[in-house]
Design a binder for this molecule. Structure first.
Ligand code: ASP
Ligand code: MG
Length: 464
């Protein structure tokens, strides 16, 4: 019997639901999944569960989605993925284990076939189909883990509602379609059962599988929360919330109890990548509070991200992002001329390069770029440089880190510059961005100085 009839977890239809998202480490193994199931059980508002792939699985799938992978490596990877998943299912009842393993093996056979095709003839479309398997496994398994502790959980294929364009690898979701599909298909089911669905994946108009980009499950969960008009979005991960800075840099770092959307958005963009940077956009549009906590230690609480917070300190946190590229473009023709920046940006847009920081002087412009996560490839290719050189002189520098001081009123409070820069007056600062946002002041330093800068600043601004 796969269904459990004695569910205590009944929905109150007048109460807004919570969308709960569990990241890869939260669904990594059976113990982790059980902790998550308990979290669902403890709060009956949790009606929709969005899962990532079990930790490590998507990385294996990335390898399988690449060109020219030898057949024996493919076989090994598929065996490793199977081992991760059946290590979980073996803890369920024999009947459920058998049923799940059959489903897993059917999916793995499809995966093997697609991986083989991919190694013979690569396509981005097929890469997405391969990448999407991880969430297919974890969501099926987690639904059964819920049933095993008496929650009426069921698997739901997100592809029924998460319709996207065909930009494989970073597909764009059709939000209006998502809303109406959630209304028609998902919401009625949620009144009856707790549904477990996949983050990260979608489906295009041709019925092909798409993905939203690495780490995209947070964003999927936020979009679903928005479409369902949820009361809360909980992001369960392996840290007890958002910290004042990366605890690996200083042991003085501590978890932040509450933070405004504006500050958290800056942190998600410039910070330690706890949240996918786009996550807060749907939450802000619909004013849905977001909770970030650890599924390992739910009793420790976490960080509440919301529109209105009780305190608005000048300094909330310090974020650090490594491996930044600084591009300086210089052209005497820019003097009193118009349209130069537009030309520079149109080249960057053509190559889909997104600029983070920008400062300008009369004849030069400095721009910074983040390196794509999980990739070491040069972002600013020789082609991009050559195209920019048609317009101006170009200098490209690597080995820099971006330090972002996040807080409130940073664009106008007195003495900000002094307290920050006096603390680190022995360090070479490459670029400063100040004034565009009340929530952020950021600058670039040499990679080798980065930890020291953050440690000193944290000590200066946060020890009281
Ligand atoms: N499983 C996907 C990844 O590892 C999506 C996610 O975890 O958010 O990138
Ligand atoms: Mg993740």
């Amino acid at each position: 019997m796969l269904q459990n009839e004695s569910s205590q977890h009944v929905s109150d239809q007048n109460q807004p639901i919570t969308v709960a998202k569990f990241g890869g480490t939260s669904v990594a193994d059976y113990e982790a999944m059980m902790r998550c199931a308990q979290i669902i059980k403890n709060d009956s508002r949790n009606r929709l569960v969005v899962v990532s792939a079990s930790a490590g699985v998507t990385n294996y799938l990335v390898r399988l989605s690449q060109k020219n992978i030898a057949n024996d490596e493919q076989t090994k990877i598929i065996a490793n993925i199977r081992a991760i998943q059946v290590n979980i299912t073996q803890h369920l009842s024999t009947e459920v284990e058998q049923h799940l393993n059959d489903e897993i093996d059917t999916l793995l056979a499809q995966l093997a076939e697609q991986a083989l095709n991919q190694s013979l003839q690569y396509s981005v479309k097929q890469a997405d189909a391969i990448l999407a398997f991880g969430e297919q496994f974890s969501s099926r398994i987690f639904a059964q883990v819920l049933l095993s502790i008496g929650i009426d959980g069921a698997y739901f294929s997100v592809q029924q509602v998460m319709k996207t364009n065909s930009l494989y690898g970073k597909a764009v979701v059709d939000i209006e379609q998502l809303k109406s599909a959630c209304n028609d298909i998902l919401a009625p089911k949620l009144t009856k059962q707790v549904l477990v669905t996949q983050g990260f994946i979608g489906q295009d108009g041709l019925g092909e599988t798409t993905t939203l980009g690495r780490g995209g499950s947070d964003y999927s969960a936020a979009l679903l929360a928005e479409a369902l008009n949820a009361g809360n979005l909980s992001i369960w991960t392996d840290v007890v919330g958002i910290f004042t800075t990366d605890p690996r840099i200083t042991d003085q770092a501590r978890a932040i109890k509450e933070i405004s959307f504006g500050e958290a958005a800056e942190m998600a963009t410039f910070g330690a990548k706890i949240l996918h940077p786009a996550t807060l956009i749907p939450a802000m549009r619909q004013n849905i509070p977001v909770f970030v906590g650890s599924s390992k230690e739910p009793e420790k609480g976490g960080t509440q991200i919301k529109q209105k917070v009780d305190s608005n300190p000048t300094y909330r946190s310090i974020a650090l992002r490594r491996e930044q590229t600084l591009v300086t473009v210089k052209s005497p023709a820019m003097l009193h001329a118009s349209g130069f920046l537009a030309q520079v940006f149109s080249i960057l847009a053509k190559h889909e390069l997104s600029v983070d920081l920008i400062t300008t002087s009369e004849i030069s412009v400095a721009l910074t770029f983040d390196s794509p996560s999980g990739s070491t490839q040069a972002l600013i290719t020789s082609t991009v440089v050559a195209e920019l050189e048609q317009l101006c002189e170009v200098t490209v520098e690597h080995g820099l880190s971006l330090v972002a001081v996040i807080g409130n009123g940073l664009n106008c409070a007195k003495g900000i510059g002094q307290s920050i820069f006096q603390t680190i007056n022995d360090v070479n600062i490459r670029l400063i961005c100040h004034g565009a946002s009340a929530n952020n002041l950021c600058f670039l330093v040499d990679e080798k100085d980065a930890n020291k800068v953050v440690e000193k600043l944290h000590h200066e601004l946060f020890s009281f």
